[in-house]
Write a protein that binds this ligand. Structure first.
Ligand code: ADP
Ligand code: DP6
Ligand code: CO
Length: 323
């Protein structure tokens, strides 16, 4: 029996499409910031008396479709370790589930960590990153803290994350604006698949990401928060252009998403630098230098209320312990 705690991460250069949906090999590289405020804790117990895998999230037994992804990871761990018992998986999300706040990233990183140690495996962090990837692409990056790159690779062995700066030595901060924390209608998995197969702009997106990866790594090296924020904002808009241009077209934005975007632009035009990014959900994350925090929080609170704002520092990598 083992427990793991993994934090979510928010991509600054997004992963939005698979080359190999079975192995979860992405079409592009991506780069993220792990967040201190949001995480998942998962305990895995392989028990010989069980006749099936039992999976619960936040005290609720989960439905078959959701359990399928968890069972897939458990199957991989069973074949790697030689264990053939079923497992009891108990998970708690300290992040809204399936709302575009990256619950699948922290969830599958924590699952990979807890299941592998519970099965007696001692995987390197690189191998853990690959195992997490098999559950959810974004989980590949949640093994590490701080700024993390997922190199797309060409096969299972070469597609894993690498830390760029686990301790971020400059004052970047990310504020989550909780617009709607209910379960999204279009999962990340199906939304990105539809974008790959139907958006006429998909080939252009691959070029955008290649360029953004080079630029953002230079900006990180230069500790240039404005440049990092600007690249992240453009990249997010272009990712969301893939949903609008899919067939059928769709969007994760709602009216409040647009209102927050406008507020960020307005703050910026008044000399308070900050930048936005959105994932597969309506919630906005704002990127800025900590020195600007109070002004940004005050302005956003006027619009949406303090209780829907979560300020987060960069967060740590995965922790795993035997019970
Ligand atoms: P998000 O934006 O939250 O990452 P996704 O659509 O990518 O949304 O993933 C949400 C799905 O991830 C859930 O429907 C569920 O299948 C899975 N998930 C989320 N949290 C957990 C957890 N703690 N344990 C197992 N699976 C989880
Ligand atoms: C917009 O990793 O949740 O958050 O691999 O199908 O589980 P699956 O999808 P997921 O997609 C994340 C999409 C994103 C961008 C990102 O995190 O890079
Ligand atoms: Co996800």
């Amino acid at each position: 029996m083992a427990t793991a705690k993994a934090h979510t991460n928010i991509a600054l250069v997004k992963y939005w499409g698979k080359k190999d949906p079975k192995l979860i090999l992405p079409q592009t590289d991506s780069l993220s910031l792990t967040l201190n405020e949001f995480y998942t804790t998962t305990t895995v117990n392989f028990k010989s008396e069980l006749d099936a895998d039992h999976v619960s999230i936040d005290g609720q037994l989960i439905d078959k479709a959701d359990a399928k992804k968890v069972i897939h990871v458990l199957e991989l761990v069973r074949s790697m370790s030689g264990i053939n018992s079923f497992a009891e998986v108990t998970s708690t999300n300290h992040v809204p589930t399936a709302a575009g706040l990256a619950s699948s990233a922290s969830a599958f990183a924590a699952l990979a960590g807890a299941a592998s140690v519970a099965a007696g495996l001692h995987l390197s962090r690189r191998d853990l990153s690959k195992l997490a990837r098999r559950g959810s692409g974004s989980a590949t990056r949640s093994i590490y803290g701080g700024l993390v790159e997922w190199q797309k690779g060409v096969d299972d062995a070469s597609s894993f994350a690498k830390p760029i700066a686990e301790d971020v030595a400059f004052p970047i901060e990310m504020l989550a604006v909780l617009i709607n924390t209910k379960k999204k209608k279009v999962s990340s998995r199906s939304g990105m698949q539809l974008s790959v197969s139907t958006s006429p702009y998909y080939e252009a997106w691959k070029k955008v990401v290649a360029r953004d990866m080079t630029a953002i790594k230079a900006a990180i090296k230069a500790k240039d928060i404005d440049k990092i924020g600007h690249i992240a904002e453009e990249n997010a808009l272009r990712m969301h252009a893939l949903t609008l241009s899919a067939d059928p077209g769709f969007t994760y934005f709602n009216g409040e998403t647009l209102a927050i975007i406008k507020t960020v632009e307005d703050l910026r035009s008044h000399g308070i630098n900050c930048y936005y990014t959105m994932d597969a959900g309506p919630n906005v994350k704002v990127i800025y230098d900590r020195a600007n925090r109070d002004k940004i929080v005050a302005r956003l609170a006027d619009i949406i209320g303090y209780d829907r704002l979560v300020v987060s520092q960069p967060g740590p990598g995965i922790k795993i312990w035997n019970e």
